[in-house]
Structure formats: structure tokens, C-alpha cells
Design a protein around this ligand. Sequence first.
Ligand code: SF4
Length: 376
Amino acid sequence: MGEPKAHANQGEIPIGKSDSMKGMELAGQDEVAVRSALLAWFRRHARPLPWRKSGDPYAVWVSEIMLQQTQVATVIPYYQRFLEAFPTLADLARAPLERVLEVWSGLGYYRRARHLHQAAKELVRSFAGKFPQDYEQIRSLPGIGDYTARAVLSIAFGLPYTLLDGNVARVLSRLAALRGNLHQRGFRRAVEAHLERMLSRRSPGNFNQALMELGQTVCLPRAPRCGACPVQTWCRGYKTGRLHLYPQPRPRRAAESHYLAAAILRRGPGVAMVRGLGEGLLDDLWNFPSAFGRSREEALSSLRHTLADFGFPTLTLDDSIAELHHGITHRSIRVHAYRVEISSLPRKSGLQWCAISTLKQAAISQLARKIAERVL
Ligand code: SF4
């Protein structure tokens, strides 16, 4: 079939061929104009997100950690609840981990909460409870990667660090007609080079947030609202009329199907819970004793073995009382829950009684919450 004709003459940048990129990038004066238009637009249209009220590095940090893998609308109530529970870094450092996980409960990816807590303790211990303004020092904290360090440095401290995430990459890909995706080194380098040149040295935080805001509210993945876009005049992708080419999608990993058998071990107003779900999943959270399998029968058989390990070798688990679906990262899980009345818990089994009336406030997984709503 050969290369589509449009690629050769519509101002695209072939990734990895730097000589042919010359003269095709956004011109210097266009970059200046885009920067000014973006900043002016952000001043007028920035959403009043709660973490934008203060430039406090703690608030910026918490919001950035919550926004990893989670949508803005979902994060807002969790962020507010978290800041109410732990208004300052010192409050977070002082709190027991169990309480932090309770407040985080429902947001998913609990390793983030654990890291926040560890990093808060480290900041109090080694940095007098204050965020350092040094990239390497921030990166040394648990759970803080390149992106979060740059976000805190640019947004909270006004230091000239660029920020590159999926939203920003999409905007730049379209704006400069760059083909590829963030998993291709040539594409990433081309986007980073544009960002470095365009970054506002005077307001790096606002510039970074403006690009993200544009990606989240205007330059949308499927239906960009070019008519409302402050940089349409300079957008090379828009001019090609073939926006679907920018950026190129990454091949998706197919969801794996799993079965999970969960035991609802009850005694009066209590139910037995255990930390983790097995296979390294949800280790910080309370769950119903469970086991995975490739079929319903295999999961049930594994659950019998699991319960025997807990000290219940002869429980009868015949009929499932509830069936539901749940997704964890790339796993699509079909869950069957089995209810059994028991009289006591074996000592040192790892199981713990939890009063059903307090389950809602406990640090239980989203999956356990779903099961509890159906069967308790
Ligand atoms: Fe995105 Fe359209 Fe704006 Fe270009 S003109 S940056 S494609 S919203």
C-alpha cells in the first residue's frame, strides 16, 4: 500500500529523522504566540479546582498523587476529604497508616496512599516538615517520580520544569503535527523539545496547567472542540484536517479473564476479613478470604484450600449467593461469593472479625465493598 500521500506533504514530523524535522516544527514566533494565548486563556478559563486555591506544595503533591490514574471529577471529593482529615503535612505524618488507608478507601491504587504517608514521615524526619525545592531531593521521597517532582517544582515553587503526560502529549502532537505516541522515544523527544522551547519561564506552573487543562477540557481525545480552542490559529494538525492521525494510539493490552471465589464467613453481626486478595493484589486492604482460578470450579477449589490453610478444612461451600463483575488493572474478574456460618476464628489464622455495621468506614477494598453491598 505504501505511505499515505498526506503524510509526505502535510507538515508532519517523521519520528526519528531529525534532519527532515528542520523547518517543519512550529516556528519560533508561533511558539511565543501559542504560549501567550495559552496563558491568557488559562487566566480566564481555568476550572476552580480545590487544589488550585493555594500554592501549598503539600496540596499540589496530594492532588498530583491522587490524579495519577484517576479522573479529576473522581478525585475532587477524595481530595477534599483527605485535606479535611490531614490539613497539613505534619498531620499526615502523625496519622496511623490504617487511618490514611480508610480516608483513601475507594480511590484505588492504595500503594499511592502508603507512599504519601511514608513520604510525609520522611519530610518531617529529614526536611523539617518542608518540601525541598531540589529535584533530586524530591525524587528521593517514596512514590515521587519524575512527573510529580516536576509538578511540585513548577506549580508550587515556580521553577522552570516542563510537564509531560498523556493530555499534554496529545495537545503537542496535534499542535505541531507530530505522529507517534509517548511509548516511542523519537516522539517523546520531539514533544519534550517543543515543551522546553515553549515553557514560560515567568509562569511555568500556569503554563503546565494550561496545557493540561486544554487537553482535559478542549483538545479532547475523540472529539476535540477546535472551535473553542485558544491556539487553533497555530495548530498544524487542525490544518491538515486529519486530526485522527495525532497522536497514534498504543496497542492495547487485552483484559485477562479471571474467576474469584470469596467466602463470607459470618458469626452474628461479624464477618471474617483478611489483608490482601492474593497474587499480590490489594495487599493493604481488608478483603473477604478469596481465591482466583481460570474457571469457577477452579476458583472454588482453590478457595477450599485457602480456607483449609486458615484452619477450616471441612467447611461446606456449595451454593454461590452472589455473582458480580469487577475490574482490577487489566484483570476482568467474575466473582462468586459463598456464605458460611462459623462459630469462631482459629488463632493466628490472619483472619479478623469485622463488625458489619462498621464495614463502610473500614479500609476495605472496592471489591469487598461491592460484595458486602450484595450479600450483607
Ligand atoms: Fe487541539 Fe483542535 Fe486546539 Fe488543535 S485546534 S490544539 S486539535 S483543540
